[in-house]
Design a protein around this ligand. Sequence first.
Ligand code: IMP
Ligand code: MG
Length: 199
Amino acid sequence: MVKKHAASITKKTPGLRPGESVRPLISDARVQTRLKQLGKEIRQDFPTEPLHLIGVLKGSVFFLTDLARELGGEVSFDFLSVSSYGSGTDSTGEVKLIKDLDVSIEGKTVIVVEDILDTGLTLKYLLRFFEEKKPKQLRVVVLLDKIERRIADVRADYTGFVIPNEFVVGYGLDYDERYRNLPDVCVLQVGPKGKSKPA
Ligand code: IMP
Ligand code: MG
């Protein structure tokens, strides 16, 4: 018997919980197009250099793996994981190392790959941490930048998209570990209609 009206979940169907909604902000196609450009920009600056990418878990996983395949040449990568102290969505600026690098970065051309630059406090901590390990060169690429939210005096060398001050999920970015698998970058709304999650 043919099942009628079977629920059809596509890869773009968000796993919404009550009171939550999402609206697309940047499509996966736009992300991929921008990644091709970013790959070229980075390779223009480092045409022949082996590049060592460092992804900040877990938000940067899709970004790093997609970007790595746009770079060409010699590329290696590693991951580290940090968590900011305090709860909720606001960074306190205090950062705890959860997973260290697997291999030394001394003498390497390192590109830190971050999902989103918000207050900049996490990146500021990371840059100090990496600089102590004496890389040959240290650069930062971020997929998204919420410039309005910046507290720390840091900037990315390469930026995918500047976005407004809204809480975003998808393409690796999460809300309570959910929504990372959404292909598009979406604005998350929680609670009363039209109320964006405070970022
Ligand atoms: P920062 O230290 O305030 O720059 O925070 C950076 C980290 O906060 C990012 O790496 C994300 O993990 C998280 N974050 C900041 N804004 C968002 C957002 O809109 N959605 C999901 N995670 C975010
Ligand atoms: Mg992150």
